[in-house]
Design a protein around this ligand. Structure first.
Ligand code: HPA
Length: 256
């Protein structure tokens, strides 16, 4: 099927694969790969582990498109730029979007190496992709309750431990201080990262159903002595990626 033009495949689901999680595409029967570089208006990341391309294909009989790599606000991009891939996938026809990311855990019960499904989010970036218009979109259910129930049930069937909690999206690129992590915990954050929240807002404004998953790659600052390294985040992500891949590969084709 490879080589079939992406213009003829109408994906139902979009996925955004975060740091170290790009290996998920091995689950897809790939029909086409489109580098961001070939698409007008699609910014490209320069961060290691964030290669930019859309991978089209079939997942258990369902047409999907995976955005492998994303750009971040901390690269000096605007909120509109960091959500361009979401709008592009929506224009291709997706109705549902799965966002994945690497995050630090700020919940003492959620150990690094595990996965957290997002129940809600704190947008702490100070910006939004809806800037510039009277876009008073409802955000009372950013992450679809129906999808959450479905993914939680599937995780149980597969004996996968899946936490559920609130993701705080901050600007970065520096990791947090211990004081900031204590503040985030007080605000109700279970995990903290530097992506996802703006994509989720853009997707909801487009009427997409959204699910989100954080790979808990490390304890957020201050939980344990020692410092944080980007390489640790990538390595833990790569080790844990197979678990989420199994969950998505089972759960996505089962949604009708
Ligand atoms: N903080 C912010 N972003 C992150 C972290 C973290 O601890 N780990 C992975 N992405």
């Amino acid at each position: 099927m490879r080589g079939m033009s992406w213009e003829t495949l109408r994906p139902q689901w979009g996925l955004v694969l975060g740091s170290g999680l790009g290996g998920f595409v091995e689950r897809i029967t790939v029909t086409d790969v489109v580098p961001y570089a070939g698409i007008a208006g699609l910014p490209q990341s320069r961060v290691e582990g964030h290669a930019g391309e859309f991978v089209f294909g079939m997942l258990g009989g369902v047409p999907v498109v995976a955005a492998r790599g994303r750009v971040h606000l901390y690269e000096g991009r605007t909120a509109a730029e960091v959500t361009a891939h979401v709008r592009w996938m929506a224009e291709r026809g997706i109705r549902r979007l799965v966002l994945t990311n690497a995050a630090g855990t700020s919940n003492p019960d959620f150990e690094p190496g595990g996965w957290m499904m997002l129940s809600d989010q704190l947008n702490l970036t100070g910006t939004t992709p809806l800037l510039g218009g009277p876009n008073f979109h409802d955000m009372s259910e950013v992450y679809s309750k129906a999808l959450r129930t479905h993914f939680a049930t599937t995780a149980k069937e597969l004996d996968i431990r899946l936490h559920e909690g609130v993701y705080a999206g901050q600007l970065g690129p520096q990791y947090e201080t211990p004081a900031e992590v204590r503040m985030l915990r007080t605000l109700g954050a279970d995990a903290v990262g530097m992506s996802t929240v703006l994509e989720a807002i853009a997707a909801r404004a487009l009427g997409l159903e959204v699910a989100g998953f954080s790979c808990l790659t490390n304890w957020a600052a201050g939980f344990h002595p020692g410092s944080l390294a980007h390489s640790e985040v990538i390595e833990t992500g790569q080790r844990a990626a197979g678990t989420l891949a199994a969950l998505l590969a089972r759960a996505i084709p089962a949604v009708r």
